[in-house]
Structure formats: C-alpha cells, structure tokens
Design a protein around this ligand. Sequence first.
Ligand SMILES: [Zn+2]
Length: 583
Amino acid sequence: MEKKILLISTFSDKKFGMGHLKRSINTAKALSDFFYPIILINNNQEAIKEIEKTQIPYIKVYSKKDEIETLNKVSSEFIIIDKRDTSFYKNIKQITVAVDNYGKDTDYFDFLFSPLPYIKEFNSNFSSLKYLVVDPNIFKIKKKQNKNINNILVSFGGSDPNDLSFLAKNLLEEILITRSFNIKIILGPLYNGRLTKEKIDNPNIKIEGFKDSLYSEIEWADLVITSFGITAIESLIANRLVFVIDPTDYHNMLSKKLKIPSVIGDHNDFSNIKNMLNDFIRYPFSPIIELPESNSFFASVVKDILANKKSTCPVCNNFKDRIVVHRNGVNNVFFCKKDKIIFRNETYFCDKNYGSEYFLSSYKKQYGKTYEEDRGNIDRLNRKRINVIKRLLGRKSRPKLLEVGSALGFFLDMARNSGFIVKGVEISKYGSDYSKNILKLDVINSSFTEIDFEYPSYDVVSMWYFIEHIKDMEKVILKIKKALKVGGILALSTPNCYGITGRKNIKEYAKKIPDDHYYEFSPRSLTKVLEKYGFEKLKVVYTGCHPVRLWDKIPKFLYPVIIYFMKIFGLGDTFEAYYRLKK
Ligand SMILES: [Zn+2]
C-alpha cells in the first residue's frame, strides 16, 4: 500500500534555535515506516542546510498565508506542528497534532503532545518525556551509571550567553584541589565568553571546540554538567549522572519539575553553588522519570491517533467552531462554540455495566441515598413532568406512554395512576425486575434499539436522563419514530452543558463529565438535532438551578428570586424538553 503524506511543520531562527527543526527531522525518520513525511520550513538558510543533510523532502513556506495555501493544496490528511506559538491552524482540514505548542490555537488541535515540562498546568493528550523524539544515535550509547565519577563533561550549548562554562571551570578547579577528575569543557560555535582567552594550567581540564555531535563525549562521561535542555535529557537517557546549572529562573523551574539536580548559575552565588556541586559529587543521584527507550513508542502512538477521523460537531457537521475542552490519551471531549454541544471522538466507547450497583452504591455516592430511598424527590419531579405532558397532550382518554430507560419504574407508576396506559423498556435487569415484581408494571428488559415496534402506537415517549448515554443517537431517534404517533409528544431530560457551570468554565465542566455520557446538549443543540428528524419544540423547563453555583455568597432568602432568574436565562445545569413529532 502506498504511504500517505504526513506534513511536519516547524520553524527555526536565531531566537528559537534548531531544537524544533532537529526534532522534526527525527520525527520524520521515526514515522517514515508508516508515512511519507514532508517537512514545511520557514525560509532560513541554516535550517534548510540541516534538512538537506537528510533525504527528507521539504517545502519552503514564506509566511503564514503561504503555509495555509500550501496546506489547502497538498493532499495530506495529517500535519504535525512542532513550533512553540501558532495562531492559524484553527480551520484546516488536516488532523492536527501539535508538539510542545502553547499558542493561541491550542484548543483547536486534534491532539497535543507535551513531552517537555511547561511552567503552567497544561492539559495535553500525551504529556511525558517518554514521548520525546530524540536523535536515535543516543540509544546506541552503552548505558552505565558510574557513581564513581572519573570523567566530567561540561557543555552549555551553542552560545552560552551567561558564560556558565567559565563558572563551571572555576567551580571544578576548586573541587580539583581535593579530588581528581578528567574534565572536558566543550565550547559552542557561537561561544564568546572568557574561556576563549583564558589559559588553563590544570592538566586535568581540557577545553575543546564545538563538535557536530556530543554523543561520543556523553559516552565518555560519568557526569554531565549542562543547563536544562536536550543535552541534559539525552545524558539521562544514556543513564549518565547529570548536574544542571541553569541560566534563568525559568530554566530552573523546568529542571525542578523533572527533579533534576540543579542550581541557578548566578556568578555571585559561587560558594553556595560550589557546596551543592560538591555534595552532589559526593552523593550523586538521578531523578526517577519516564524517559524514551526508543522513538518507536512515539511513532506507534502517532500512527494510532492518525487512524482516527477528524471529529466534527454532530449538529453543524463541521470542525471550525469546535474546541477540545478536555484531553486524556486518545480521548477528547469537544465543545462546539456555535451549537453549544459536548461530544467525544468517534472511537470513544464506555463499557458501563448498568447493574444493581448503578441504582444502589453509585447513586448513593452521588446523592447520599439509593435510588429507591430517593423516591420522594423523584416523585416530586415526576409529578411536574406528568402535569406538563398532560397539558401538552390536551384532552385524550387513556393515552399510551412508553418510557425508555424506565429505571425502577417510579415515573411509570405515577403515570399509570394519572390515567396513562404505560409500558417501559429498561436495560438493567435489577431495574426491570423491580418494576415488574414490586410495582407490577409492564416493562421489557432490553436495549431500546433492539425492540421492534410494528407501527407507531404511542402518544408519549419519555426518556429521563437517557439520551446522553447513547453513542448512536440517530438509531435511538429513528426508533422513537417507529413507536411514537405523528402528533405525539417526546419528553426528555438531560444535562445542560451551557448552564451556569458550563458557562463559567467549560473546561472545568468537561473534566467532570461522567465516562458514560457521549453527549451533553443545551436546549439549542438538542432542538437542532431533533428538528432534523421532524420534531418541533414545544417547551423547555430549566432544572438544576442552584444559586450557589452562580455565586456562593448569595444570601439564602434571595434564592427564590435567583432561581426564577436562572430559569429565565437558561442557567440550569439540567433541563427538560418537550417536542411534538410533526411528520
Ligand atoms: Zn456545531
């Protein structure tokens, strides 16, 4: 089979250096078994020279506009974006995978990798160093961890503007008075510090110029002294001891996040740094972190996620207005900003078992009593629902009502007492047995979509907190139409993702969505969905209006007024909606 094109877009300049580009080259190599990678690069001579050393094809992009045009032209389904800040990938058709990206369009990326630590808490799909793609040569270095330090490598990268090489030399010179090591200091190609002129008398310290690769030096070393960055991580992958002297607080914060032994390289703090380095050499230790063992782990994860389709909103069938509000491995929770609906990726599946435990311990955990013990509250709610349905039905003797997901049968029981001819469908055996044996109701123990209805004979179909649990929503709606007469009423309730809690912070809200909810609607999105199938909205009732969720300092005596306004402005965290089937 021919390999599909995979675009890898990266950026390199003086300020950001070659890091992203080098990783992109390694990513291209790691994925070339599965895809045909093409690198997109800004017009930077150094960077292009670097790519041309490899066999990887590339396209030069001159501007954002140029890149967007390129993306529209190239027939590729996927793009990996390895740049720090971006703001123009919102509306592209490709599946977007961003790496260490903290730009304005992060919420729009299909998948996010954050292998490197970040200063703020950040919700990525995959965030661990083990997803870091490095030069595969690092895996060839023989691993060793020698607590007896003989060889020390010092390297502070390309330019070392804070002259940490000089600081390290002075530190080691003093430490050498009492101990003996072989020390190699590698100066970068742009280094312009004091070690260029200084003559070193100590025979144990060698200063060398820049090399194309540090790997043979890392191989030689027992201890690597560097700042936070790829050399530190590569040395850890090779199982070498690492001591980090960081140029800034920012770098040091990142070192601390990974628990790498570190200090800030303040030249005025010399004796303190010396003591810390001395202690480290005496009692060396390594952080316990997950490191990559090869690049194939990252490659296999990318291959899997790229087998997904680009997720689209079930209402507008588009991806332009949808953002990712929660990420967890391959699973995303999406929110369409236009339609106010929450949905998940197509491959998501929750294997929930609706046994007795669902009505007993898990219900109790959430509401403080079992479903059965909560009957008083449930009945109060059901009384209101039945009154609404009766009003909407008008005069009709002995109307027929079907409840989908009838739980223990409390609603059916009350509807029967109010003059309805009732039938229930309940997937839980515990629920249907309770309904049949205790409440003497006509309830089928089955999944709703597996029941055959000969012809539409029901005046009412009710579904309380059912539809959000259904992955194949269309199948359920079509089944309702098999049971419900034209002119009949569909009554349902469901969480409102655009109530007060969702409006306050949709990401916090999305974090807490139960695993078995495939969708969370708003009245607007639910109506848009049902209108496609010939239903018209009759009435929406906002429930779950809790003033404390609006503001926790509202005095109790104001609650009735606040609840009144929450209902008017649609701020309930749940709602009931009533529809008529027109055709
Ligand atoms: Zn939409």
